[in-house]
Design a protein around this ligand. Structure first.
Ligand SMILES: O=c1nc[nH]c2c1ncn2[C@H]1C[C@H](O)[C@@H](COP(=O)(O)OP(=O)(O)OP(=O)(O)O)O1
Ligand SMILES: [Mg+2]
Length: 196
């Protein structure tokens, strides 16, 4: 199946390139079709993943996969959550986003720094598909008090994986995929796509 990945995030696209390797999907980033970013007006990850996929499917005429994801921090009542990419104001500046997160959570004791990454994938076979395939994944962890590691993207340097004692940015990509919200959502998507 040829499909458009409805994302402009280079970090996500690099992960999807690996996650789709060998699956038989012919995967193309939306930039190949000159598809711009759509306004994320939804109030849930599911709605935004659908909005992105629908926009890409409409313009390309191809099946499209949207990914809406974010980091939900318990001590901040789930923030930055849906607004993770725009937490510090302008869209996608991850250094400023991390700085704001560390400021907001400053002084919160270790055992109250629990958080999770959430990823919702929405696959539409065409723009008006009334039966989207929705797959979700979550990844539990804690927020560090300073960034660590150079791998990954976004909030990875401040998300520590319990048990491993490593930040998500200290994992290689294969290890991240085995654990991450996106790796789990992709595994679930594959299950849902198997013939019943
Ligand atoms: O594995 C991850 N490791 C670290 N950070 C992550 C991850 N997964 C999502 N995130 C963060 C990045 C961004 O701050 C937000 C996603 O926002 P989100 O709107 O879904 O993506 P985006 O605007 O960057 O690109 P696009 O909408 O074109 O897919 O969550
Ligand atoms: Mg976005």
């Amino acid at each position: 199946m040829k499909l458009v990945l409805a994302s402009g995030n280079a970090g996500k696209l690099a992960e999807f390139r690996e996650l789709f390797a060998g699956t038989g999907f012919d995967f193309h980033p939306q930039s190949e079709f000159a598809i711009d970013d759509v306004e994320e007006t939804g109030l849930t990850f599911v709605e935004n993943a659908l909005i992105k996929a629908r926009h890409a499917a409409r313009i390309s005429g191809l099946p499209a996969l949207g990914d809406d994801s974010g980091l939900c921090v318990d001590a901040l009542d789930g923030a930055p959550g849906l607004y993770s990419a725009r937490y510090a104001g302008s869209h996608g500046d991850s250094a400023a986003n991390i700085e704001k997160l560390l400021r907001e959570i400053h002084g919160v004791p270790d055992d109250q720094r629990t958080a999770r990454f959430v990823c919702v994938l929405a696959l539409l076979r065409h723009a008006d598909d009334p039966q989207p395939i929705i797959a979700q994944g979550t990844w539990e962890g804690r927020i560090l008090d300073a960034p660590r590691g150079d791998n990954g993207f976004g909030y990875d340097p401040v998300f520590v994986v319990p048990g491993l004692g490593l930040s998500a940015a200290e994992l290689d990509s294969a290890a991240k995929h085995r654990l991450s919200h996106r790796g789990q959502a992709m595994a679930r998507l594959h299950e849902l796509l198997q013939p019943q």
